[in-house]
Design a protein around this ligand. Structure first.
Ligand SMILES: CC(C)(COP(=O)(O)OP(=O)(O)OC[C@H]1O[C@@H](n2cnc3c(N)ncnc32)[C@H](O)[C@@H]1OP(=O)(O)O)[C@@H](O)C(=O)NCCC(=O)NCCS
Length: 370
């Protein structure tokens, strides 16, 4: 039987138990079904509270969320009626030339036109906002070896399989594969002697000019401007492949806005930075983000060493120190997951030396709009 559906916008409700929040629960459920189908594990599972917290803060990005809802004569408020979702992000401060669209359809409802309808509705919002390009991502459980049926990123580093649903969908719409990211996982508990050895070597190399500073979630006032600068530099110092993105400027006010957003979403940030003592500035940082629904998994989010401080093993220094801190503060953690551009050989080399293992990745796609 053919299902008919309508596209609706997810309302930004006050709370997750508001009557209209059934669409938010359907959106969350559809996204989690797609994540489980793509990865075969629940480490990326999202919660409605965390998603709604993100929707509540649209200071720096506009975030329309769409769902395809199976038609029903009584319009029952049943989250299972949601067949698929579209997440649209439109930057409002920098990068206002671009928009990001992510579409997912619950596996039993694929190949009926639901994904196309959601994508078209998302693209219309990107065009209406005056954007000249759109980006999208596809997940892959394993990166395919070189050979027929694969497509390399325009950087030459990394590949995707062209016959997978996501790449086929985006290629049919004219997208170019501008970058491939590697997803890597580090298993805990780790060998404390090995991490201590890497740490001691990095410390000896860095010398006495660097001192470690840590905080959780709320950056001390003393460091907020420096931390904002690190975040700005993160937007351009990490490789962007062929993606046409410009510097994304952070300042203290933006840091504080995101701190409030992350608090509402139940996402702590375990930041560890290296101070360059002679200049009282921050030279490097790294961050873990635990998730609300499991004590076993954390994301390793940003890691950056400023260009002017590279070559001193500060990347290894901050990463080993934050792993030691993680083991001490959150002994239940069993896995750390991290994403790196395939062409980011310096960061990947550090991760491989520490014991991160490849566990899939993503394709990063871009389409210029005429
Ligand atoms: C990619 C994805 C969103 C497509 O969703 P979908 O609902 O299957 O999309 P559609 O049905 O509109 O189109 C997919 C295919 O079904 C075909 N199709 C559409 N209507 C059809 C119908 N009534 N009968 C048979 N086939 C149909 C389309 O022609 C298309 O075929 P193709 O891949 O050979 O070109 C879905 O596979 C998915 O959720 N994948 C995981 C997430 C992802 O990769 N997202 C893409 C990046 S944002």
């Amino acid at each position: 039987m053919t299902t008919t559906w309508s596209i609706r916008e997810v309302p930004v409700s006050q709370t997750t138990d508001a009557p209209e929040a059934w669409l938010l629960h359907g959106y969350t459920g559809a996204m989690n079904d797609c994540l489980l189908a793509a990865w075969g594990h629940r480490d990326f599972e999202r919660t409605a509270t965390e998603i709604l917290g993100s929707m509540h803060d649209q200071t720096y990005e506009s975030k329309p969320r769409l769902v395809a809802v199976a038609d029903d004569a009584h319009d029952a408020p049943d989250p299972d009626r949601v067949l698929g979702y579209a997440m649209i992000n439109l930057p409002l401060q920098d990068n206002t030339h671009t928009g990001h669209v992510e579409v997912g359809v619950r596996p039993p409802y694929r190949r009926q036109g639901v994904g196309s309808a959601l994508f078209d509705a998302g693209l219309a919002l990107v065009r209406d906002a005056g954007r000249s390009q759109v980006t999208a991502s596809t997940d892959q459980h394993t990166e395919p070896p070189e050979g027929p049926g694969t497509l390399a990123a325009t950087t030459g580093a990394g590949r995707v399989a062209v016959d997978e649903d996501g790449p086929r969908f985006l290629l049919a719409r004219g997208f170019a594969l501008e970058q491939v990211d590697r997803y890597s996982v580090f298993d805990l508990p780790f060998d404390p002697e090995l991490i201590a050895k890497h740490h001691a070597e990095a410390e000896a190399h860095a010398g006495p000019d660097y001192r470690l500073v840590t905080w959780q979630s709320h950056v001390p006032e003393e460091w907020v401007d420096e931390y904002a600068l690190l975040n700005t530099r993160m937007s351009t110092d990490a490789p962007l492949g062929g993606l046409d993105l410009e510097e994304d400027v952070w300042e203290a006010e933006r840091i504080r806005t995101y701190e409030k957003q992350y608090e509402e979403r139940g996402l702590p940030l375990l930041v560890l930075a290296a101070e360059h003592v002679p200049t009282h500035t921050l030279a490097a940082f790294t961050c873990f983000m635990p998730i609300p629904n499991s004590d076993e998994f954390v994301h390793q989010t940003d890691t950056l060493v400023l260009k002017e401080h590279r070559g001193k093993r500060l990347g290894m220094l901050v990463k080993t120190a934050n792993l030691q801190r993680l083991a001490a503060e959150r002994p239940a953690v069993r896995r750390v997951g991290t994403w790196n551009a395939e062409e980011n050989s310096y960061m990947l080399a550090i991760n491989v030396a520490l014991g991160f293992r490849p566990a899939g990745g993503s394709g990063e796609w871009q389409l210029k709009l005429s």
